[in-house]
Design a protein around this ligand. Structure first.
Ligand code: NAD
Length: 242
């Protein structure tokens, strides 16, 4: 029986862990050929995915090279999911260390820009593409003690809206998702107090599941997503108010 992603290729940044790894499992199960890009070489090796690239998404030249080698290895690029990200430490804004703030913006916002910038020309050559950026509810609501993270994710929302409109006349769709908290290794970067606060804000009263986020992302990455672009999709357990 034909599957939804038969014959399609997908890059997943941050694909070695958490939400990215969950998406990778689901896309592979539905027929896609994958390239996982991540800075954690050991975790990449454990995924048993044929094509992987060890890179830091804050290096635009490395990202450009990765797009070229991936397109050459897989033949084309149909899908880009940008999941690589960090939370950064939890501090009030006036005490936030400048270097930590810069690192969060470099990975979460500039890294997404570099990946989109490098991959879009291959999608244009392909005449088709689906980009799904993983932002966060923090980018819409602004989490206290996480201003760098919240600002970076608000930036991803703005980038997604611009790029979606730029490509709207083509067959390339660009959308983002704004999950509330999902228990993954990223929780190790935050204080217990921060995690408890995030849970308290979710009306459904529990953390999201990786598969619940992946289900939405797979639809956005599929050909079925034809009339949505430059848009922001909620998966926040009722937390989002718009
Ligand atoms: P995770 O820590 O499990 O996975 C993140 C992956 O990104 C890791 O494999 C890590 O090695 C990789 N990575 C980090 N910095 C990198 C860099 N500079 N270059 C290349 N790879 C890098 O986290 P997760 O929970 O799966 O988060 C995935 C995405 O979802 C992130 O963008 C995160 O901000 C977003 N998000 C997560 C949650 C949540 O609660 N888990 C909620 C909303 C949004």
């Amino acid at each position: 029986m034909p599957q939804r992603f038969d014959g399609q290729t997908a890059i997943i940044t941050g694909g070695a862990s958490g939400i990215g790894a969950g998406i990778a499992r689901r896309l592979a199960a539905e027929g896609a050929m994958l390239s996982l890009w991540d800075m954690d070489e050991a975790a990449l090796a454990q995924t048993n995915t044929a094509h992987t690239v060890t890179l830091d998404v804050t290096d635009p030249d490395a990202v450009h090279r990765a797009a070229e080698t991936t397109a050459a290895a897989l033949g084309k690029i149909d899908i880009l999911i940008t999941s690589a990200g960090i939370t950064g430490p939890n501090h009030p804004t006036w005490e936030y260390p400048v270097a930590a703030w810069d690192r969060v913006i470099d990975i979460n916002l500039k890294g997404v820009f570099y990946c989109c910038r490098a991959v879009v020309p291959f999608m244009q050559a392909n005449g088709y593409g689906r980009i799904v950026n993983i932002a966060s509810i923090a980018g819409k609501e602004g989490n206290p003690n996480a201003s760098a993270y919240s600002a970076s994710k608000a930036g991803v929302i703005g980038l997604t809206k611009s790029l979606g409109k730029e490509l709207a006349a083509s067959e390339i769709r660009v959308n983002c998702v704004t999950p509330a908290a999902v228990k993954t290794p990223i929780f190790d970067q935050m204080t217990e107090q921060q995690i408890d606060w995030m849970l308290s804000k979710i009306p459904i009263g529990r953390f999201g599941a990786i598969d619940e986020v992946a289900s939405l992302i797979l639809w956005l990455a599929s050909a079925e997503c034809g009339f949505s672009t430059g848009a922001v999709f909620d998966v926040s357990g009722g937390r989002a108010t718009y």
